[in-house]
Design a protein around this ligand. Structure first.
Ligand code: HEM
Length: 206
């Protein structure tokens, strides 16, 4: 989801790495629930991999600010952001394998939040390219990318609803996802405090 000028060959390699690692995450989550029906397990594993990718995309910035050696990884936000949207779309498709229903009774709000997040995710993924940056202009493009926060908070409510209310059939996994979700605003706040600290020091020194 971010500026990264790399050669075509390099870009394909980076996408290959992220796609491969994400598929391993899907497999890992699938293996955790072998007793579940396959279509439900697949839909959830794709959703969970998608959420892990979203969290990784959102954490790279604050982690790089808090610990500068990690800044070199920030360009990977483009690949993790694009694959987040791909896996979210696959999750949506898989969740309808047993018949499409636009809104399920009693689950309208989390489903609408899911649609909003998916629509924004696909839009941001399609404009995650150097061509799009050149077309929109860097500032306007960055402004559009701040919509990632809308995705993050809408998806977090969607996930919390599905894991804690709609389907209370998993033991510890929902807590793991809560920790992931809480880590994003926590590290953003820590990075903000760190930046303010540096600024105050500079002001005093100057
Ligand atoms: C960015 C978009 C989305 C993300 C990242 C996402 C992520 C998730 C996650 C992490 C779960 C919990 C999985 C679990 O219980 O282990 C979930 C559940 C669910 N989501 Fe989504 N979701 C998205 C969009 C949607 C959309 C558009 C729909 C369809 C309206 C949808 C339908 C469901 C359903 C039905 C469940 C319950 C478990 C299942 O049957 O798959 N999601 N989602």
């Amino acid at each position: 989801m971010f500026l990264a000028r790399v050669s075509m060959k390099n870009a394909i390699l980076r996408h290959g790495v992220v796609a491969f690692l994400s598929s391993l995450i899907v497999l890992l989550f699938l293996l955790l629930r072998l007793d579940f029906p396959l279509s439900s397990n697949l839909s959830r594993a794709l959703a969970e991999a998608s959420f892990v990718l979203l969290v990784a995309t959102m954490l790279l910035g604050p982690l790089g600010r808090l610990y500068p050696p990690l800044m070199k990884w920030i360009t990977w936000r483009r690949e993790t952001g694009i694959w987040f949207a791909v896996f979210a779309l696959l999750h949506f498709v898989a969740s309808n394998l047993n018949g499409f229903e636009l809104l399920r009774q009693g689950r309208e709000v989390p489903m609408i939040l899911g649609y909003i997040a998916l629509a924004w995710g696909i839009l941001l993924a399609t404009i995650s390219s150097d061509k799009a940056i050149a077309y929109f202009g860097s500032r306007q493009w960055k402004w559009l990318q701040t919509m990632a926060y809308v995705i993050f908070y809408t998806v977090s409510i969607h996930v919390a609803f599905n894991m804690f209310w709609a389907y209370q059939d998993q033991k510890w996994l929902p807590y793991f996802f809560i920790i992931l979700a809480v880590s994003v605003p926590t590290f953003q706040l820590l990075a903000f405090i760190d930046e303010v600290g540096k600024y105050r020091k500079k002001q005093k020194a100057g």
